[in-house]
Ligand binder design. Structure first.
Ligand SMILES: [Zn+2]
Length: 217
């Protein structure tokens, strides 16, 4: 078999008959084909074991699983101009956690907030988070200093998410630094009161020391 060529394929010089790769069973050598780039590569007669379609393909395409269309997973979420909410959510995560030039880079990728390897593939994100998603929910990280992965993410309403963000504000008083819920516990001031005061632009000291107005008659 004249299979010896200058290609990157690990299949150089091997007779691949009988080998099965990504559901593609290689039947026999099909001859040399010239690719558009001019390189000559051996092609193989094969059969897709999923749909029984006969195929002729190069070793590298077989290796990459690019032989038969039926091998592609169709999730139907990324149709051009018609992105599903979940797909938009996922692409937002990828943007925030991988694009160093995005508007949010300082809050995410430059702070080390990344995304797990598994979620680089939309199908995996869909499998992990899809079943619990409901309309109107947004992705929320449980620990704000950790990145996006299944164990650190949950779906929240926008309200919960902004509370969560405000909870992560660290307030300083007399040299002590705690988050909103911790100060609430320590001082007996309702967390909502603290959040409202922060929103009104009060200083940390005022937020934590102003007496709580009580309605008395
Ligand atoms: Zn197929």
């Amino acid at each position: 078999m004249p299979v010896k060529l200058n290609t990157q394929s690990q299949f150089i010089g091997k007779d691949l008959s009988g080998v099965t790769f990504h559901h593609i069973e290689i039947i026999s050598y099909a001859g040399m084909f010239t690719k558009p780039c001019g390189a000559k590569v051996p092609y193989w007669n094969c059969i897709c074991k999923k749909c029984n379609a006969p195929k002729i393909a190069s070793g590298s395409n077989i290796k990459l699983g690019k032989v038969c269309k039926c091998n592609r997973i169709k999730h139907g979420h990324s149709k051009r101009g018609n992105w599903s909410a979940l797909y938009q959510c996922w692409s937002g995560i990828i943007q925030r956690s991988t694009n160093k030039r995005s508007t949010f880079a300082k809050r995410y990728v430059l702070r080390g907030i990344g995304v797990c390897r598994r979620w680089l593939k939309f199908e995996n994100f869909l499998a992990d988070m899809g079943p619990t998603w409901r309309k109107g929910l947004t992705i929320d990280r449980i620990n704000n200093n950790k990145g996006y992965c299944k164990s650190n993410c949950k779906w929240s309403t926008r309200m919960e998410q902004s509370h969560n963000r405000e909870n992560n504000i660290m307030l300083k008083l007399k040299g002590e630094v705690h988050c909103v819920s911790e100060w609430s516990r320590l001082l007996g001031i309702h967390a909502n009161t603290i959040r409202a005061r922060i929103r009104r632009g009060l200083s940390h000291e005022d937020t934590l020391t102003r007496p709580i107005r009580r309605i008395t008659d």
